[in-house]
Design a binder for this molecule. Structure first.
Ligand code: ZN
Ligand code: ZN
Length: 183
């Protein structure tokens, strides 16, 4: 299933989107980059049948923290279940994208390349070699969940190094999620 540009939505809309604020459970702590210590940027909210995935990537000093690596500590994907509400956004650091964009599910056969912002399920379209991460809890190869494109408007797009792609994975039994990006 492709995800195409679905127009602007509210920052806390409970729909698939890039940007806005994460919807989180009680007790949530905004993820901090292990390399620079700053608040990571919230990239995407992806509601799935197994819960909602929130994707974060450090943008405090772009290119300096190893955000492409699932285990590098400069990105984070979190899988949430149960009641969720909008997170309190940290005052310091580059925590939010400059636009909130709905990701509208779209069948793959009506493809319009211009508006494609990602996909749900299927197989990852790797730019480079397969970097499917191992689950941090059980070490099993994780399941591909979703792919994200940068977006076409450079003033508000996600930064995957200029034309790259992000890949989200999960491990259902452990409730874990992970993220890598490539270009
Ligand atoms: Zn950082
Ligand atoms: Zn696992």
């Amino acid at each position: 299933m492709l995800l195409v540009h679905g127009g602007e939505v509210a920052a806390d809309a409970p729909v698939p989107r890039t940007g806005g604020v994460p919807l989180v459970p009680e007790g949530f702590a905004w993820p901090l980059c292990r390399e620079c210590g700053g608040a990571m940027q919230f990239l995407a909210h992806l509601p799935l049948d197994l819960g909602a995935v929130a994707v974060f990537l450090c943008q405090n000093d772009p290119g300096m923290c190893d955000g492409w690596d699932a285990a590098g500590g400069a990105n984070r994907a979190l899988l949430f279940a149960g009641p969720l509400s909008p997170a309190v956004v940290p005052a310091e650091g580059v925590a939010l994208l400059d636009a909130v964009t709905a990701l509208r599910p779209h069948s793959a056969d009506e493809r319009d390349e211009e508006s494609v912002l990602g996909k749900l399920g299927g197989e990852p379209d790797w730019w480079q070699h397969d970097e499917t991460p191992a689950c941090p809890s059980c070490a099993t190869r994780m399941t591909f969940t979703a792919q994200l494109e940068e977006g076409h408007d450079h003033s508000t797009a996600i930064n995957f190094g200029g034309g790259g792609r992000g890949y989200v994975f999960h491990c259902r039994p452990c409730g874990e999620a992970a993220f890598v990006w490539q270009r």
